[in-house]
Design a protein around this ligand. Structure first.
Ligand SMILES: Nc1ncnc2c1ncn2[C@@H]1O[C@H](COP(=O)(O)OP(=O)(O)OP(=O)(O)O)[C@@H](O)[C@H]1O
Ligand SMILES: [Mg+2]
Length: 584
Protein backbone atom coordinates (compact mmCIF):
# COMPACT_ATOMS: atom_id res chain seq x y z
CA UNK A 1 0.00 0.00 0.00
CA UNK A 2 1.63 3.21 -1.12
CA UNK A 3 1.50 6.39 0.91
CA UNK A 4 -0.68 8.00 -1.75
CA UNK A 5 -3.19 5.21 -1.37
CA UNK A 6 -3.21 5.62 2.38
CA UNK A 7 -4.05 9.30 1.93
CA UNK A 8 -7.14 8.28 0.00
CA UNK A 9 -8.48 5.98 2.70
CA UNK A 10 -9.96 8.65 5.01
CA UNK A 11 -12.10 9.92 2.16
CA UNK A 12 -13.32 6.42 1.35
CA UNK A 13 -13.82 5.24 4.93
CA UNK A 14 -16.22 8.09 5.56
CA UNK A 15 -18.63 6.16 3.34
CA UNK A 16 -17.74 2.67 4.57
CA UNK A 17 -21.35 1.72 5.31
CA UNK A 18 -22.40 2.47 1.77
CA UNK A 19 -19.39 0.68 0.40
CA UNK A 20 -20.27 -2.34 2.54
CA UNK A 21 -23.85 -2.39 1.25
CA UNK A 22 -22.73 -1.72 -2.31
CA UNK A 23 -20.14 -4.47 -2.24
CA UNK A 24 -22.75 -6.87 -0.84
CA UNK A 25 -24.83 -6.06 -3.90
CA UNK A 26 -21.79 -6.82 -6.06
CA UNK A 27 -21.49 -10.23 -4.40
CA UNK A 28 -25.18 -10.98 -4.95
CA UNK A 29 -25.05 -9.79 -8.56
CA UNK A 30 -22.05 -11.95 -9.25
CA UNK A 31 -23.63 -14.96 -7.61
CA UNK A 32 -26.72 -14.55 -9.75
CA UNK A 33 -24.62 -14.20 -12.88
CA UNK A 34 -22.94 -17.46 -11.97
CA UNK A 35 -26.24 -19.27 -11.52
CA UNK A 36 -27.39 -18.87 -15.16
CA UNK A 37 -25.07 -21.42 -16.81
CA UNK A 38 -25.96 -23.87 -14.08
CA UNK A 39 -29.67 -23.49 -14.84
CA UNK A 40 -28.79 -24.00 -18.49
CA UNK A 41 -27.00 -27.24 -17.64
CA UNK A 42 -30.04 -28.66 -15.86
CA UNK A 43 -32.28 -27.49 -18.66
CA UNK A 44 -30.24 -29.15 -21.40
CA UNK A 45 -29.67 -32.37 -19.53
CA UNK A 46 -33.34 -32.60 -18.60
CA UNK A 47 -34.62 -31.69 -22.05
CA UNK A 48 -32.30 -34.16 -23.82
CA UNK A 49 -34.04 -36.85 -21.77
CA UNK A 50 -37.36 -35.78 -23.29
CA UNK A 51 -38.58 -32.28 -24.04
CA UNK A 52 -42.08 -31.21 -22.95
CA UNK A 53 -43.83 -27.90 -23.27
CA UNK A 54 -43.98 -27.58 -19.47
CA UNK A 55 -40.27 -28.21 -19.01
CA UNK A 56 -39.39 -25.62 -21.65
CA UNK A 57 -41.65 -23.04 -20.04
CA UNK A 58 -40.28 -23.82 -16.58
CA UNK A 59 -36.64 -23.39 -17.57
CA UNK A 60 -37.35 -20.32 -19.67
CA UNK A 61 -39.17 -18.75 -16.71
CA UNK A 62 -36.30 -19.71 -14.42
CA UNK A 63 -33.74 -18.06 -16.69
CA UNK A 64 -35.85 -14.91 -17.02
CA UNK A 65 -36.36 -14.85 -13.24
CA UNK A 66 -32.65 -15.18 -12.54
CA UNK A 67 -31.86 -12.45 -15.05
CA UNK A 68 -34.49 -10.11 -13.54
CA UNK A 69 -33.28 -10.51 -9.97
CA UNK A 70 -29.75 -10.02 -11.28
CA UNK A 71 -30.81 -6.80 -12.98
CA UNK A 72 -32.27 -5.40 -9.74
CA UNK A 73 -29.08 -6.01 -7.79
CA UNK A 74 -26.93 -4.76 -10.64
CA UNK A 75 -28.92 -1.53 -10.54
CA UNK A 76 -28.51 -1.25 -6.75
CA UNK A 77 -24.80 -1.96 -6.93
CA UNK A 78 -24.21 0.75 -9.51
CA UNK A 79 -26.42 3.24 -7.75
CA UNK A 80 -24.86 2.78 -4.34
CA UNK A 81 -21.20 2.49 -5.30
CA UNK A 82 -21.11 5.07 -8.06
CA UNK A 83 -23.21 7.37 -5.89
CA UNK A 84 -20.67 7.00 -3.08
CA UNK A 85 -17.83 7.76 -5.48
CA UNK A 86 -19.60 10.98 -6.45
CA UNK A 87 -19.79 11.96 -2.78
CA UNK A 88 -16.10 11.26 -2.33
CA UNK A 89 -15.41 13.33 -5.42
CA UNK A 90 -17.36 16.16 -3.77
CA UNK A 91 -15.27 15.92 -0.60
CA UNK A 92 -11.97 15.76 -2.46
CA UNK A 93 -12.90 18.72 -4.64
CA UNK A 94 -13.72 20.79 -1.55
CA UNK A 95 -10.46 19.81 0.11
CA UNK A 96 -8.59 20.73 -3.06
CA UNK A 97 -10.18 24.17 -3.31
CA UNK A 98 -9.79 24.85 0.41
CA UNK A 99 -6.10 24.13 0.16
CA UNK A 100 -5.75 26.43 -2.84
CA UNK A 101 -7.34 29.18 -0.75
CA UNK A 102 -4.70 28.73 1.95
CA UNK A 103 -1.73 28.95 -0.35
CA UNK A 104 0.16 32.25 -0.33
CA UNK A 105 0.81 34.42 -3.37
CA UNK A 106 4.23 32.88 -3.94
CA UNK A 107 2.60 29.52 -4.63
CA UNK A 108 0.73 30.84 -7.63
CA UNK A 109 3.75 32.55 -9.13
CA UNK A 110 5.27 29.14 -9.77
CA UNK A 111 2.06 27.56 -11.09
CA UNK A 112 -0.31 28.10 -13.94
CA UNK A 113 -4.02 28.44 -13.36
CA UNK A 114 -4.84 26.16 -16.28
CA UNK A 115 -2.75 23.41 -14.77
CA UNK A 116 -4.49 23.70 -11.40
CA UNK A 117 -7.87 23.73 -13.12
CA UNK A 118 -6.97 20.59 -15.01
CA UNK A 119 -6.07 18.84 -11.77
CA UNK A 120 -9.33 19.92 -10.23
CA UNK A 121 -11.35 18.50 -13.13
CA UNK A 122 -9.66 15.81 -15.26
CA UNK A 123 -7.54 14.31 -12.54
CA UNK A 124 -10.39 14.35 -10.10
CA UNK A 125 -12.51 12.45 -12.58
CA UNK A 126 -9.83 9.79 -12.96
CA UNK A 127 -9.70 9.46 -9.18
CA UNK A 128 -13.45 9.02 -9.04
CA UNK A 129 -13.34 6.33 -11.71
CA UNK A 130 -10.84 4.51 -9.55
CA UNK A 131 -12.92 4.71 -6.39
CA UNK A 132 -16.28 3.91 -7.98
CA UNK A 133 -16.34 1.83 -11.14
CA UNK A 134 -12.90 0.27 -10.67
CA UNK A 135 -13.63 -0.96 -7.16
CA UNK A 136 -17.02 -2.24 -8.27
CA UNK A 137 -15.77 -4.10 -11.33
CA UNK A 138 -12.67 -5.51 -9.69
CA UNK A 139 -14.73 -7.05 -6.89
CA UNK A 140 -17.13 -8.43 -9.45
CA UNK A 141 -14.27 -9.70 -11.57
CA UNK A 142 -12.27 -11.39 -8.87
CA UNK A 143 -15.32 -13.12 -7.41
CA UNK A 144 -16.50 -14.29 -10.78
CA UNK A 145 -13.07 -15.53 -11.67
CA UNK A 146 -12.60 -17.60 -8.52
CA UNK A 147 -16.09 -19.10 -8.39
CA UNK A 148 -16.32 -19.82 -12.12
CA UNK A 149 -13.01 -21.65 -12.07
CA UNK A 150 -14.13 -23.59 -9.01
CA UNK A 151 -17.30 -24.73 -10.80
CA UNK A 152 -15.37 -25.53 -13.96
CA UNK A 153 -12.91 -27.66 -11.99
CA UNK A 154 -15.81 -29.55 -10.48
CA UNK A 155 -17.16 -30.29 -13.97
CA UNK A 156 -13.89 -31.39 -15.52
CA UNK A 157 -10.46 -30.75 -14.06
CA UNK A 158 -8.44 -31.57 -17.17
CA UNK A 159 -10.58 -29.43 -19.42
CA UNK A 160 -10.32 -26.52 -16.97
CA UNK A 161 -6.56 -26.69 -16.87
CA UNK A 162 -6.46 -26.70 -20.66
CA UNK A 163 -8.81 -23.73 -20.82
CA UNK A 164 -6.52 -21.86 -18.47
CA UNK A 165 -3.35 -22.56 -20.48
CA UNK A 166 -3.28 -19.06 -22.01
CA UNK A 167 -3.58 -17.43 -18.57
CA UNK A 168 0.16 -16.72 -18.11
CA UNK A 169 0.19 -15.01 -21.51
CA UNK A 170 -2.73 -12.91 -20.38
CA UNK A 171 -1.09 -11.82 -17.18
CA UNK A 172 2.20 -11.06 -18.93
CA UNK A 173 0.48 -8.84 -21.46
CA UNK A 174 -1.56 -7.13 -18.74
CA UNK A 175 1.62 -6.37 -16.87
CA UNK A 176 3.52 -5.17 -19.91
CA UNK A 177 0.74 -3.10 -21.42
CA UNK A 178 -0.41 -1.91 -18.02
CA UNK A 179 2.79 -0.06 -17.20
CA UNK A 180 3.15 1.26 -20.75
CA UNK A 181 -0.43 2.55 -20.67
CA UNK A 182 0.19 4.11 -17.30
CA UNK A 183 3.17 6.10 -18.58
CA UNK A 184 1.26 7.29 -21.65
CA UNK A 185 -1.64 8.31 -19.53
CA UNK A 186 0.53 10.43 -17.27
CA UNK A 187 1.99 12.24 -20.25
CA UNK A 188 -1.52 12.81 -21.63
CA UNK A 189 -2.67 14.37 -18.36
CA UNK A 190 0.40 16.61 -18.30
CA UNK A 191 -0.31 17.75 -21.84
CA UNK A 192 -3.95 18.39 -21.01
CA UNK A 193 -2.76 20.69 -18.24
CA UNK A 194 -0.58 22.56 -20.72
CA UNK A 195 -3.46 22.83 -23.14
CA UNK A 196 -5.74 24.23 -20.43
CA UNK A 197 -3.06 26.71 -19.45
CA UNK A 198 -2.80 27.98 -23.03
CA UNK A 199 -6.58 28.49 -23.20
CA UNK A 200 -6.73 30.12 -19.81
CA UNK A 201 -3.99 32.60 -20.67
CA UNK A 202 -5.36 33.46 -24.07
CA UNK A 203 -8.79 34.14 -22.59
CA UNK A 204 -7.54 36.08 -19.57
CA UNK A 205 -5.32 38.19 -21.83
CA UNK A 206 -7.97 38.68 -24.50
CA UNK A 207 -7.53 42.46 -24.60
CA UNK A 208 -3.81 42.28 -25.19
CA UNK A 209 -4.16 39.50 -27.72
CA UNK A 210 -6.65 41.58 -29.74
CA UNK A 211 -4.71 44.81 -29.41
CA UNK A 212 -1.50 43.22 -30.64
CA UNK A 213 -3.15 41.22 -33.42
CA UNK A 214 -1.86 38.05 -31.88
CA UNK A 215 -4.93 35.92 -32.62
CA UNK A 216 -3.13 33.88 -35.31
CA UNK A 217 -0.22 33.36 -32.96
CA UNK A 218 -2.50 32.27 -30.12
CA UNK A 219 -4.39 29.98 -32.49
CA UNK A 220 -1.11 28.47 -33.64
CA UNK A 221 0.07 28.04 -30.05
CA UNK A 222 -3.17 26.29 -29.18
CA UNK A 223 -3.02 24.17 -32.32
CA UNK A 224 0.47 22.99 -31.44
CA UNK A 225 -0.51 22.07 -27.88
CA UNK A 226 -3.67 20.45 -29.17
CA UNK A 227 -1.77 18.44 -31.78
CA UNK A 228 0.63 17.21 -29.14
CA UNK A 229 -2.34 16.17 -27.00
CA UNK A 230 -3.84 14.19 -29.87
CA UNK A 231 -0.46 12.66 -30.69
CA UNK A 232 -0.02 11.41 -27.14
CA UNK A 233 -3.57 10.05 -27.18
CA UNK A 234 -2.82 8.24 -30.43
CA UNK A 235 0.08 6.47 -28.81
CA UNK A 236 -2.25 5.36 -26.04
CA UNK A 237 -4.90 4.24 -28.51
CA UNK A 238 -2.31 2.18 -30.39
CA UNK A 239 -1.31 0.49 -27.17
CA UNK A 240 -4.87 -0.19 -26.13
CA UNK A 241 -5.71 -1.30 -29.64
CA UNK A 242 -3.04 -3.98 -29.34
CA UNK A 243 -3.85 -4.83 -25.77
CA UNK A 244 -7.51 -5.84 -25.90
CA UNK A 245 -7.37 -7.93 -29.13
CA UNK A 246 -4.29 -9.78 -27.90
CA UNK A 247 -6.17 -10.67 -24.73
CA UNK A 248 -9.12 -11.94 -26.74
CA UNK A 249 -6.76 -13.87 -28.97
CA UNK A 250 -5.16 -15.69 -26.05
CA UNK A 251 -8.57 -16.45 -24.63
CA UNK A 252 -9.69 -17.67 -28.04
CA UNK A 253 -6.91 -20.28 -28.03
CA UNK A 254 -8.32 -21.68 -24.84
CA UNK A 255 -11.83 -21.72 -26.22
CA UNK A 256 -10.75 -23.65 -29.35
CA UNK A 257 -8.97 -26.25 -27.28
CA UNK A 258 -11.97 -26.63 -25.00
CA UNK A 259 -14.37 -27.05 -27.90
CA UNK A 260 -12.20 -29.63 -29.54
CA UNK A 261 -11.30 -31.69 -26.47
CA UNK A 262 -14.57 -31.07 -24.64
CA UNK A 263 -16.76 -32.34 -27.45
CA UNK A 264 -14.75 -35.55 -27.44
CA UNK A 265 -15.42 -35.95 -23.73
CA UNK A 266 -19.12 -35.54 -24.41
CA UNK A 267 -19.04 -38.13 -27.17
CA UNK A 268 -17.25 -40.53 -24.86
CA UNK A 269 -19.94 -39.84 -22.28
CA UNK A 270 -17.54 -38.60 -19.59
CA UNK A 271 -19.49 -35.39 -19.21
CA UNK A 272 -23.06 -34.58 -20.16
CA UNK A 273 -24.00 -32.18 -22.91
CA UNK A 274 -25.50 -29.87 -20.28
CA UNK A 275 -22.25 -29.82 -18.35
CA UNK A 276 -20.35 -29.06 -21.51
CA UNK A 277 -22.66 -26.15 -22.32
CA UNK A 278 -22.40 -24.82 -18.78
CA UNK A 279 -18.62 -25.23 -18.92
CA UNK A 280 -18.50 -23.10 -22.05
CA UNK A 281 -20.82 -20.60 -20.42
CA UNK A 282 -18.36 -20.19 -17.54
CA UNK A 283 -15.46 -19.99 -19.93
CA UNK A 284 -17.15 -17.12 -21.77
CA UNK A 285 -17.78 -15.52 -18.37
CA UNK A 286 -14.08 -15.80 -17.62
CA UNK A 287 -13.11 -13.83 -20.67
CA UNK A 288 -14.93 -10.80 -19.28
CA UNK A 289 -13.01 -10.81 -15.98
CA UNK A 290 -9.78 -11.16 -17.88
CA UNK A 291 -10.55 -8.23 -20.11
CA UNK A 292 -12.05 -6.28 -17.25
CA UNK A 293 -8.91 -7.02 -15.33
CA UNK A 294 -6.88 -5.12 -17.88
CA UNK A 295 -9.42 -2.32 -17.93
CA UNK A 296 -9.54 -2.11 -14.15
CA UNK A 297 -5.76 -2.07 -13.76
CA UNK A 298 -5.79 0.69 -16.32
CA UNK A 299 -8.27 2.77 -14.35
CA UNK A 300 -6.50 2.04 -11.09
CA UNK A 301 -3.21 3.20 -12.54
CA UNK A 302 -4.73 6.27 -14.11
CA UNK A 303 -6.53 7.00 -10.86
CA UNK A 304 -3.40 6.68 -8.77
CA UNK A 305 -1.41 8.85 -11.18
CA UNK A 306 -4.12 11.50 -10.99
CA UNK A 307 -4.49 11.17 -7.26
CA UNK A 308 -0.76 11.82 -6.86
CA UNK A 309 -1.10 14.95 -8.99
CA UNK A 310 -3.95 16.11 -6.78
CA UNK A 311 -2.03 15.27 -3.63
CA UNK A 312 0.75 17.58 -4.77
CA UNK A 313 -1.74 20.35 -4.20
CA UNK A 314 -3.71 18.93 -1.27
CA UNK A 315 -0.53 18.13 0.66
CA UNK A 316 1.23 21.38 -0.18
CA UNK A 317 2.15 23.12 3.04
CA UNK A 318 0.93 26.71 3.17
CA UNK A 319 4.10 28.73 3.64
CA UNK A 320 2.38 31.51 5.55
CA UNK A 321 0.54 30.20 8.57
CA UNK A 322 -0.31 30.88 12.18
CA UNK A 323 2.56 28.68 13.33
CA UNK A 324 4.44 31.48 15.08
CA UNK A 325 1.45 33.01 16.86
CA UNK A 326 2.13 33.94 20.47
CA UNK A 327 -0.06 34.98 23.39
CA UNK A 328 1.15 38.55 23.00
CA UNK A 329 0.26 38.41 19.31
CA UNK A 330 -3.18 37.09 20.09
CA UNK A 331 -3.78 39.88 22.58
CA UNK A 332 -2.37 42.57 20.27
CA UNK A 333 -4.47 45.76 20.51
CA UNK A 334 -3.95 46.46 16.79
CA UNK A 335 -3.78 50.20 17.13
CA UNK A 336 -1.81 50.76 13.97
CA UNK A 337 1.75 51.65 15.02
CA UNK A 338 4.10 50.18 12.45
CA UNK A 339 7.77 49.53 12.72
CA UNK A 340 10.29 48.14 10.27
CA UNK A 341 13.60 47.03 11.79
CA UNK A 342 16.54 46.55 9.46
CA UNK A 343 14.24 44.85 7.02
CA UNK A 344 16.11 43.05 4.24
CA UNK A 345 13.96 40.98 1.94
CA UNK A 346 14.54 38.86 -1.15
CA UNK A 347 11.84 36.91 -2.99
CA UNK A 348 12.27 33.19 -2.39
CA UNK A 349 14.15 31.63 -5.26
CA UNK A 350 15.55 34.88 -6.60
CA UNK A 351 18.87 35.94 -5.18
CA UNK A 352 19.29 39.69 -4.88
CA UNK A 353 17.44 41.44 -2.05
CA UNK A 354 14.64 43.75 -3.16
CA UNK A 355 14.68 45.63 0.14
CA UNK A 356 17.89 46.35 2.01
CA UNK A 357 18.13 47.41 5.64
CA UNK A 358 14.90 49.38 5.71
CA UNK A 359 14.05 50.88 9.09
CA UNK A 360 10.98 53.00 9.66
CA UNK A 361 8.75 53.94 12.57
CA UNK A 362 5.17 55.05 12.03
CA UNK A 363 3.07 55.96 15.05
CA UNK A 364 -0.60 55.08 15.08
CA UNK A 365 -2.67 57.58 13.17
CA UNK A 366 0.11 58.88 10.96
CA UNK A 367 0.00 59.05 7.19
CA UNK A 368 3.20 57.89 5.54
CA UNK A 369 3.89 58.17 1.84
CA UNK A 370 6.26 56.01 -0.18
CA UNK A 371 7.62 57.34 -3.43
CA UNK A 372 10.37 56.05 -5.65
CA UNK A 373 11.18 54.93 -9.14
CA UNK A 374 9.41 51.95 -10.61
CA UNK A 375 10.89 48.71 -9.33
CA UNK A 376 12.36 50.35 -6.24
CA UNK A 377 10.50 47.97 -3.91
CA UNK A 378 7.42 49.93 -2.80
CA UNK A 379 4.86 47.21 -3.49
CA UNK A 380 7.15 44.61 -1.98
CA UNK A 381 7.53 46.64 1.20
CA UNK A 382 3.83 47.07 1.82
CA UNK A 383 3.00 43.46 0.90
CA UNK A 384 5.05 42.35 3.92
CA UNK A 385 2.73 44.08 6.41
CA UNK A 386 -0.32 41.85 5.86
CA UNK A 387 2.13 38.98 5.20
CA UNK A 388 1.20 38.52 1.58
CA UNK A 389 4.87 37.60 1.43
CA UNK A 390 6.62 36.42 4.57
CA UNK A 391 9.01 38.94 6.17
CA UNK A 392 12.08 37.69 8.06
CA UNK A 393 11.43 37.28 11.81
CA UNK A 394 11.54 40.43 13.90
CA UNK A 395 11.66 42.87 11.00
CA UNK A 396 8.03 43.94 10.58
CA UNK A 397 6.13 44.90 13.71
CA UNK A 398 2.62 46.10 14.39
CA UNK A 399 2.18 47.78 17.77
CA UNK A 400 5.60 46.47 18.74
CA UNK A 401 4.69 42.84 17.99
CA UNK A 402 6.22 40.86 15.13
CA UNK A 403 3.48 40.44 12.53
CA UNK A 404 4.31 36.73 12.39
CA UNK A 405 3.11 36.42 15.99
CA UNK A 406 -0.30 37.92 15.28
CA UNK A 407 -3.01 35.54 14.00
CA UNK A 408 -3.34 36.04 10.25
CA UNK A 409 -7.08 36.67 10.42
CA UNK A 410 -6.67 39.42 13.02
CA UNK A 411 -3.70 40.97 11.22
CA UNK A 412 -5.35 41.07 7.83
CA UNK A 413 -8.66 42.12 9.36
CA UNK A 414 -6.95 45.21 10.73
CA UNK A 415 -5.42 46.19 7.40
CA UNK A 416 -7.30 47.62 4.43
CA UNK A 417 -5.20 46.84 1.41
CA UNK A 418 -5.74 48.30 -2.04
CA UNK A 419 -3.40 46.51 -4.43
CA UNK A 420 -1.73 48.13 -7.40
CA UNK A 421 -3.91 46.15 -9.80
CA UNK A 422 -7.47 46.24 -8.51
CA UNK A 423 -9.37 42.99 -8.85
CA UNK A 424 -13.16 42.94 -9.01
CA UNK A 425 -15.37 39.87 -9.02
CA UNK A 426 -18.10 39.34 -11.58
CA UNK A 427 -20.73 40.43 -9.10
CA UNK A 428 -22.62 43.60 -8.26
CA UNK A 429 -20.76 46.77 -7.29
CA UNK A 430 -22.34 46.53 -3.83
CA UNK A 431 -21.02 42.98 -3.38
CA UNK A 432 -17.59 44.05 -4.57
CA UNK A 433 -17.44 46.89 -2.07
CA UNK A 434 -18.70 44.66 0.74
CA UNK A 435 -16.30 41.85 -0.13
CA UNK A 436 -14.21 42.06 3.04
CA UNK A 437 -17.17 42.40 5.40
CA UNK A 438 -18.63 39.01 6.14
CA UNK A 439 -21.80 39.85 7.99
CA UNK A 440 -24.64 41.60 6.21
CA UNK A 441 -23.36 45.15 6.32
CA UNK A 442 -25.91 47.94 6.31
CA UNK A 443 -26.47 49.58 2.95
CA UNK A 444 -25.62 53.04 4.26
CA UNK A 445 -22.12 51.95 5.32
CA UNK A 446 -21.50 50.72 1.80
CA UNK A 447 -22.78 53.98 0.36
CA UNK A 448 -20.61 55.97 2.76
CA UNK A 449 -17.53 54.02 1.69
CA UNK A 450 -18.41 54.60 -1.96
CA UNK A 451 -18.81 58.32 -1.24
CA UNK A 452 -15.36 58.58 0.34
CA UNK A 453 -13.90 56.92 -2.75
CA UNK A 454 -15.93 59.32 -4.93
CA UNK A 455 -17.51 56.34 -6.63
CA UNK A 456 -21.00 57.57 -5.79
CA UNK A 457 -21.35 60.00 -8.67
CA UNK A 458 -20.32 57.33 -11.20
CA UNK A 459 -22.61 54.69 -9.74
CA UNK A 460 -25.66 56.96 -9.81
CA UNK A 461 -25.34 56.97 -13.59
CA UNK A 462 -25.28 53.17 -13.88
CA UNK A 463 -28.53 51.46 -14.93
CA UNK A 464 -28.96 49.48 -11.71
CA UNK A 465 -26.83 51.74 -9.47
CA UNK A 466 -25.08 49.59 -6.84
CA UNK A 467 -26.76 46.46 -8.15
CA UNK A 468 -25.02 46.80 -11.50
CA UNK A 469 -23.08 43.64 -12.24
CA UNK A 470 -19.55 44.34 -13.39
CA UNK A 471 -18.07 41.94 -15.94
CA UNK A 472 -15.35 39.45 -15.19
CA UNK A 473 -12.53 41.26 -13.32
CA UNK A 474 -14.69 44.38 -13.55
CA UNK A 475 -14.14 44.62 -17.30
CA UNK A 476 -17.21 46.84 -17.75
CA UNK A 477 -15.75 49.58 -15.55
CA UNK A 478 -13.14 52.19 -16.41
CA UNK A 479 -9.68 51.93 -14.87
CA UNK A 480 -10.42 54.75 -12.42
CA UNK A 481 -13.80 53.28 -11.50
CA UNK A 482 -12.18 49.95 -10.77
CA UNK A 483 -9.56 51.63 -8.59
CA UNK A 484 -12.20 53.54 -6.67
CA UNK A 485 -14.32 50.40 -6.16
CA UNK A 486 -11.23 48.71 -4.74
CA UNK A 487 -10.64 51.72 -2.50
CA UNK A 488 -14.23 51.69 -1.27
CA UNK A 489 -13.82 48.00 -0.47
CA UNK A 490 -10.88 48.77 1.81
CA UNK A 491 -12.63 51.73 3.46
CA UNK A 492 -15.71 49.57 4.06
CA UNK A 493 -13.62 47.32 6.30
CA UNK A 494 -13.01 50.30 8.57
CA UNK A 495 -9.38 49.22 8.97
CA UNK A 496 -6.86 50.39 11.56
CA UNK A 497 -4.26 50.60 8.82
CA UNK A 498 -5.04 51.58 5.26
CA UNK A 499 -2.54 50.74 2.55
CA UNK A 500 -2.93 52.26 -0.89
CA UNK A 501 -0.57 50.95 -3.55
CA UNK A 502 -0.69 53.55 -6.27
CA UNK A 503 -4.43 53.26 -5.81
CA UNK A 504 -5.30 56.61 -7.33
CA UNK A 505 -3.02 56.45 -10.36
CA UNK A 506 -5.94 56.19 -12.79
CA UNK A 507 -7.94 58.96 -11.16
CA UNK A 508 -7.66 62.56 -12.38
CA UNK A 509 -5.94 65.02 -10.04
CA UNK A 510 -9.12 66.91 -9.23
CA UNK A 511 -11.02 63.78 -8.12
CA UNK A 512 -7.88 62.61 -6.36
CA UNK A 513 -7.84 65.76 -4.23
CA UNK A 514 -11.49 65.23 -3.34
CA UNK A 515 -10.83 61.63 -2.34
CA UNK A 516 -7.77 62.52 -0.27
CA UNK A 517 -9.70 65.22 1.59
CA UNK A 518 -12.51 62.79 2.42
CA UNK A 519 -10.02 60.09 3.37
CA UNK A 520 -8.33 62.44 5.82
CA UNK A 521 -11.68 62.89 7.52
CA UNK A 522 -12.43 59.17 7.94
CA UNK A 523 -8.81 58.23 8.54
CA UNK A 524 -8.35 60.45 11.56
CA UNK A 525 -6.85 58.18 14.25
CA UNK A 526 -5.97 55.60 11.60
CA UNK A 527 -2.64 54.84 10.05
CA UNK A 528 -2.25 55.17 6.31
CA UNK A 529 0.54 54.12 3.98
CA UNK A 530 0.22 55.65 0.58
CA UNK A 531 2.36 54.62 -2.36
CA UNK A 532 2.29 57.04 -5.25
CA UNK A 533 4.17 58.41 -8.20
CA UNK A 534 2.51 61.82 -8.08
CA UNK A 535 3.72 64.42 -5.65
CA UNK A 536 0.17 65.77 -5.47
CA UNK A 537 -0.91 62.55 -3.79
CA UNK A 538 1.69 62.61 -1.06
CA UNK A 539 2.51 66.22 -0.28
CA UNK A 540 0.19 66.37 2.75
CA UNK A 541 1.62 63.23 4.35
CA UNK A 542 3.14 63.35 7.84
CA UNK A 543 6.19 61.57 6.52
CA UNK A 544 7.42 60.97 3.01
CA UNK A 545 9.96 58.22 2.34
CA UNK A 546 11.84 57.98 -0.90
CA UNK A 547 12.85 54.46 -1.88
CA UNK A 548 15.71 53.85 -4.25
CA UNK A 549 16.85 50.34 -5.15
CA UNK A 550 15.32 48.93 -1.99
CA UNK A 551 16.70 51.53 0.42
CA UNK A 552 15.08 54.55 2.03
CA UNK A 553 17.34 57.34 0.79
CA UNK A 554 15.36 60.38 1.91
CA UNK A 555 12.70 60.95 4.52
CA UNK A 556 10.88 64.00 5.85
CA UNK A 557 7.94 66.29 5.16
CA UNK A 558 7.25 67.74 1.74
CA UNK A 559 8.79 71.17 2.36
CA UNK A 560 11.91 69.77 3.97
CA UNK A 561 12.50 67.33 1.15
CA UNK A 562 12.02 70.00 -1.49
CA UNK A 563 14.49 72.19 0.35
CA UNK A 564 16.90 69.27 0.69
CA UNK A 565 17.22 69.18 -3.09
CA UNK A 566 17.54 65.41 -3.54
CA UNK A 567 15.55 62.83 -5.50
CA UNK A 568 12.23 64.04 -4.17
CA UNK A 569 12.96 67.65 -5.07
CA UNK A 570 13.90 66.56 -8.59
CA UNK A 571 10.67 64.60 -8.91
CA UNK A 572 8.70 67.59 -7.65
CA UNK A 573 10.36 70.01 -10.08
CA UNK A 574 9.73 67.67 -12.99
CA UNK A 575 6.04 67.35 -12.14
CA UNK A 576 5.67 71.12 -11.67
CA UNK A 577 7.18 71.63 -15.09
CA UNK A 578 4.82 69.08 -16.62
CA UNK A 579 1.85 70.83 -15.06
CA UNK A 580 2.97 74.20 -16.39
CA UNK A 581 3.47 72.77 -19.84
CA UNK A 582 0.04 71.16 -19.71
CA UNK A 583 -1.53 74.43 -18.60
CA UNK A 584 0.16 76.61 -21.23
N1 LIG B 1 6.95 38.03 -6.95
C1 LIG B 1 8.17 38.45 -7.26
N2 LIG B 1 9.18 37.59 -7.38
C2 LIG B 1 10.41 38.00 -7.66
N3 LIG B 1 10.75 39.29 -7.85
C3 LIG B 1 9.78 40.21 -7.73
C4 LIG B 1 8.44 39.84 -7.44
N4 LIG B 1 7.68 40.96 -7.40
C5 LIG B 1 8.53 41.98 -7.64
N5 LIG B 1 9.78 41.54 -7.86
C6 LIG B 1 10.97 42.37 -8.11
O1 LIG B 1 11.16 43.20 -6.99
C7 LIG B 1 11.55 44.49 -7.37
C8 LIG B 1 10.64 45.52 -6.71
O2 LIG B 1 9.34 45.35 -7.19
P1 LIG B 1 8.13 46.18 -6.61
O3 LIG B 1 6.90 45.64 -7.21
O4 LIG B 1 8.21 46.17 -5.14
O5 LIG B 1 8.43 47.63 -7.18
P2 LIG B 1 7.57 48.96 -7.04
O6 LIG B 1 8.43 49.94 -6.35
O7 LIG B 1 6.25 48.67 -6.47
O8 LIG B 1 7.44 49.39 -8.56
P3 LIG B 1 6.21 50.13 -9.29
O9 LIG B 1 6.33 51.57 -8.99
O10 LIG B 1 6.48 49.86 -10.72
O11 LIG B 1 4.96 49.54 -8.80
C9 LIG B 1 11.50 44.54 -8.88
O12 LIG B 1 12.81 44.49 -9.35
C10 LIG B 1 10.75 43.29 -9.28
O13 LIG B 1 11.29 42.76 -10.44
MG1 LIG C 1 4.40 48.64 -7.21
Amino acid sequence: MGPAFRRLLPYVLRYRRRFAIGLTCVVITTAIQLVSPWVLKYAIDDITRGATRQKLALYAALLVGVASVGAVFRFLMRRILIGASRDIEYDVRNAFFARLQQMPLGYYQARRTGDLMSRATNDLNAVRMMIGPAVMYSTNTILMFVVAIGIMLSIDTRLTLIALLPLPLVSISVKYFGSAIHKRFESIQAQLSDLSAVVQEALAGVRVVRAYNQEPHEIARFKAANAEYVRRNRVLIRLQGLFYPSLTLFLGFGAVLVLWLGSREVIRGRITLGEFVAFNGYLVMLSWPMIAFGWVTNILQRGMASWKRMLEVIDAVPAITDDHVTEAGRAAPLLGAIELRHLTFAYPGSGAPVLADVSLTVSAGQTVALVGATGSGKSTLISLLPRLHEPPPGTVLLDGIDVREIPLAALRGAIGFVPQEPFLFSDTIAANIGFGVHDEAPENRMRAAAAVARLDKDVEAFPAAYDTVVGERGITLSGGQKQRTALARAIMMDPRVLILDDALSAVDTYTEEEILARLRAVMRQRTAIIVAHRVSTVREADLICVLDKGRIVERGRHDDLVAHGGLYAALYRKQLLEEELAAS
